[in-house]
Every structure is written in structure tokens, then in C-alpha cells.
Design a protein around this ligand. Structure first.
Ligand SMILES: Cc1ncc(CN)c(N)n1
Length: 224
């Protein structure tokens, strides 16, 4: 049996910001995948936009990795982040094969506003001014929203179309859940020793990620 997770400051923030967290993890686009009513042109929009997002996410995670090597006292932080970076390699290959399957030509996809805003946020997070605990909080939130959302599409009672279960498994699987839990533990550990200012920054960043995720789902649902 897995040990129940210790409640930390992130859980307190999730309670405080529950409505935006629920919006991000139970968005109508995600719910439409789960209940089978998803508009496939929306799915194709999401696929093309997320492929571009992931290409921008790679340097962000690489930056988290460098920070984990240089700034963390715990050797295991680097191993956790390295695992995440390695799985992005598979993820890019997965996107390419899905692109062919759904006839989405990534070379012609133009990043929409929500994607551009998110990419700008990731770039800002890569500044040396951003504390390790803050970037870790952002990293956890970005991964956790996808984990929670796609796991929901696989829970009992789902009517997720068979051709979309590959996408749901990618982020909804148990290994990804455990990886998110490891990232959360790192963030929590760093936040335990953080000053009030850093805690306030980390909370703001968490909420900002949730807003960006909601906007990203909204953009996808727009289905252009
Ligand atoms: C928008 C978004 N957020 C999160 C993930 C998960 N890495 C993603 N692929 N795309």
C-alpha cells in the first residue's frame, strides 16, 4: 500500500484556489473526451497546438534540470527531472505519429494566443531571478493538470472514444501520476524553507499556470 501523501502548502493553495483548479482539471474539453461527445476538430486543434507547446516545454524542463543539478542539495531531484525530460523525447515522437494519424501537418500550425502566452510564461520562468522552489511549483502544476485531466478520461464510467485513449494513457497512466507526485514532493520540500516573499511568488505562479491551462483548453475547444 502506498503511504498517504503528507499535506503541504501546495494542498493548502489548491484548497484556496479550488475553483480554478477544478476549471483546469475538469474543463469542458476534457469532459467531452470522457463522455465521448468531443468535437474531433477541437481534438485536432489541441494536438497541433500542444505539439508546439511541448517543443517550448523542452527548454523549460532542461532549465529545471540544470537548476536541480546546481541548486538542489538532493541528488534525487536531478533524477526525477531527467526522467521527465527523457519522456518528452517519446512524447514528441508520439505527437508526430498522432499528427499523421489525424492528418495534422505540424509545419503549418501557427501558435494561437493562449499558446503564445503560455510560451512567454515558460520563458519568464527560465530567468535566474526565479527561485528554484518557484520554478518547481510551476513545473509540478503544469504536469499535474494534464495528469488529473487525462486520468479523469480513463476513470470508471468513461465513454472516451477508443482512438483517443492513447492520448489519455500518455498522461493519465500510473507512472505519470507517480512522477507528478515525486515532483510535488520536491516542490513541497523546497517550499518548507522558503521565505514569505518566495511563498507568495510560488502561489501566484501556481494560479497563473492554472489560468494558462484553462485558456489552453478553451483555445482547443474553439477548434479552429
Ligand atoms: C498545455 C500543456 N500543459 C501540460 C502539458 C504536460 N506536459 C502539456 N503537454 N501541454
Amino acid at each position: 500500500m502506498e503511504k498517504p501523501e503528507k499535506r503541504g502548502v501546495i494542498d493548502t493553495w489548491l484548497d484556496k484556489h479550488r475553483s480554478i483548479y477544478t476549471e483546469a482539471t475538469r474543463h469542458a474539453f476534457v469532459v467531452s473526451i470522457r463522455d465521448g461527445s468531443v468535437d474531433l476538430s477541437s481534438f485536432r486543434t489541441w494536438l497541433g497546438q500542444d505539439y508546439l507547446f511541448v517543443r517550448g516545454f523542452v527548454p523549460f524542463v532542461a532549465n529545471v534540470l540544470i537548476r536541480a543539478c546546481k541548486e538542489s542539495g538532493e541528488t534525487s531531484d536531478m533524477e526525477v527531472v531527467l526522467g521527465g525530460l527523457a519522456s518528452l523525447n517519446d512524447e514528441i515522437e508520439w505527437f508526430k505519429s498522432e499528427g499523421s494519424k489525424w492528418d495534422v501537418d505540424f509545419s503549418t500550425v501557427v501558435p494561437q494566443k493562449a499558446n503564445q502566452d503560455y510560451r512567454r510564461f515558460l520563458e519568464a520562468m527560465m530567468s535566474d531571478e526565479v527561485k528554484y522552489s518557484v520554478i518547481m511549483t510551476a513545473f509540478w502544476a503544469i504536469e499535474a493538470v494534464y495528469q488529473e485531466s487525462f486520468a479523469h478520461c480513463l476513470e470508471d464510467g468513461n465513454k472516451t472514444p477508443a482512438e483517443l485513449t492513447g492520448a489519455c494513457n500518455r498522461w493519465g497512466n500510473d507512472g505519470f501520476r507517480q512522477y507528478c507526485s515525486s515532483v510535488k514532493k520536491i516542490a513541497e520540500r523546497c517550499l518548507e524553507n522558503a521565505s514569505g516573499d518566495v511563498l507568495a511568488d510560488a502561489e501566484d505562479v501556481l494560479v497563473r499556470v492554472l489560468e494558462l491551462e484553462v485558456a489552453f483548453w478553451e483555445m482547443s475547444r474553439g477548434g479552429q
